[in-house]
Design a protein around this ligand. Structure first.
Ligand code: BES
Ligand code: ZN
Ligand code: ZN
Length: 497
């Protein structure tokens, strides 16, 4: 797609162009916008929309009577901003399908966040994953002419940011949708190396199986040793607190270091505690946390956000082999605690114990881990809401608010101490299964590995990372959930005074 942001309205109602989305504060201004062409043309344009390529779009008003746009089918639980995204998405889908070369959007009166939502929606419409189809078809390229009036300069800047964010979302989605035969830990590492190479300011450290074992990151070794694909841990680092001149900034928050830790099971068979076949193919998405972490750090560095941030990707394949971990096996985690592997399918928390330790080593003040961790979370909150656990109310609130700003929903879950005893093992310090409250037990297990005095939040994205039927602006497959919230969180932390 092409975005053309202009001050003046240059589009003509005729030609091969379509007027599509109007966004005006007052209905009077609607006619004003088109006054250059004469009052009568307003009707022509509207009629053109009704009879032309957008004839099946609805004309609706939302948010009282000051917002007019097309195809704003109200859906329960969807915020006004998300309605805008969805409207833009549907509009763009139709424009692509009907091969409309140019669509004009009148957005001079849109607020910044509304404009941002619309541009995100347009980008979502352009995503498709057909790498595995025998014939690939390129999307028809639509030019969106944005009439922005006095907001032109501001909107251009926002559009640049959205482009970076959407590039990251697309990266995460592509990695998640790629099947495990093509995306195993070493291949994920290659992707991360390429990203580090082409993202100024981003450095990368890679540990292979031998190095992980030598340094005592035994969660990775325990989970990954049954596979012919060896496990890896990647640490990507970025420091945006250095000014262009290379000096450190002196703001109070320059001490903050956000570390994003991602579960990166390139495939999860369940191990010897094998999963049933029905739910297995979706386990290509069990590396969503790592993909999201990688995508977010890429965007944070590209946007040059003034914050120190890192990403730790915990990569392994949970497979069956003659070296697979056996139920009942006990290993010593990086922080010295011993863990009995009660269920080989509860593998995510084992690799994450290493990721949390690594976050501590690199000096995290704030850790956010993302993991497709439990089926229990899918049953609790479904595909629309991510449940999170945090030991820090301020961080938790930030996640909710940042999520809201980019149309990603979060719900705070309890780190219920009453269930902590269920994680105790008879022989080892801990076991990797706990109470019937599966998502809470997993979070309590992770908490055992959070470095001291560190704000931490665990985002269980098992339900939200991958959808089996189309939802909002995502078709079957990866949603890219979390990428934008993380970028927003980094922005928020960087802006704090
Ligand atoms: N990767 C799964 C969780 C999952 C389930 C993600 C469905 C996405 C969709 C995880 O490794 C797992 O298998 N968890 C087990 C833990 C249990 C054995 C304690 C689960 O939730 O059943
Ligand atoms: Zn599992
Ligand atoms: Zn898993």
């Amino acid at each position: 797609m092409k975005l053309n942001i202009t001050t003046a309205e240059t589009t003509k109602a005729s030609e091969n162009k379509a007027y599509a989305l109007f966004f005006v504060k007052e209905s009077v201004q609607f006619s004003k916008i088109l006054s250059a062409k004469g009052e009568s043309q307003v009707e022509t344009v509207l009629k053109g929309m009704k009879d032309g390529p957008f004839e099946d779009l609805e004309f609706l008003e939302i948010d009282g009577c000051n917002t007019l746009f097309v195809d704003a089918a109200k859906e329960r639980g969807i915020s006004a901003l998300d309605h805008l995204r969805m409207a833009a998405y549907r509009l763009a889908k139709r424009a692509i399908k009907k091969q409309i070369a140019c669509v004009s959007l009148f957005l001079a009166d849109a607020a910044d966040e509304q404009f941002k939502a619309i541009v995100h929606g347009l980008y979502y419409a352009g995503y498709k994953f057909d790498a595995y189809k025998s014939k690939q078809k390129k999307n028809f390229e639509v030019t969106y002419e944005i009439v922005a009036g006095s907001r032109t300069a501001a909107f251009k800047k926002i559009a640049e940011e959205v482009a970076v964010e959407q590039k990251a979302v697309t990266l995460a989605k592509n990695l998640i949708n790629t099947c495990a035969a093509d995306l195993y830990p070493a291949e994920f590492v290659e992707n991360a190396k390429t990203i580090a190479k082409y993202t100024p300011g981003l450095s990368i450290k890679v540990r292979n199986m031998k190095q992980l074992e030598k340094e005592g990151f035994m969660g990775h070794v325990t989970v990954g040793k049954g596979s012919s694909h060896e496990p890896y841990m990647i640490t990507l680092s970025y420091d945006g607190t250095k000014s262009a001149a290379g000096k450190k900034t002196t703001s109070r928050t320059s001490r903050d270091h956000l570390v994003i830790v991602g579960k990166g099971l390139t495939f999860d068979t369940g191990g010897l505690c094998l999963k049933p076949p029905k739910s297995m193919p979706e386990m290509i998405s069990d590396m969503s946390g790592a993909a999201t972490a990688l995508a977010a750090i890429q965007a944070i560095a590209t946007l040059k956000l003034p914050i120190k941030a890192s990403a730790v990707c915990c990569l392994a394949e949970n497979a069956i082999g003659n070296k697979s971990v056996l139920p009942g096996d006990i290993f010593t985690a990086k922080n010295g605690k011993t863990v009995m592997v009660d269920n080989t399918d509860a593998e995510g928390r084992l690799v994450l114990s290493d990721g949390l330790a690594e976050a501590g080593h690199v000096g995290a003040t704030h850790i956010v881990d993302l993991a497709t961790l439990t089926g229990a979370m899918v049953r609790a909150l479904g595909y629309a809401v991510t449940g999170f656990f945090s030991n820090d109310d301020d961080l938790g609130l930030k996640i909710i608010n940042c999520g809201e700003a980019c149309c990603e929903k979060f719900w705070s879950m309890p780190l219920e101490e009453e269930y902590a005893d269920a994680l105790k093992d008879k022989f080892a310090d801990l076991k990797n299964t706990g109470s019937d409250a599966g998502a809470i037990s997993a979070a309590l297990f992770l908490q055992e590995f959070v470095p001291e005095n560190t704000a931490w939040a665990h985002l269980d994205i098992a339900g939200t990372a991958f959808v089996s039927k189309s939802w909002k602006y995502t078709e079957y497959g990866a949603t890219g959930f979390g990428v934008q919230t993380l970028i927003e969180l980094a922005r928020e932390m960087a802006n704090e005074t």
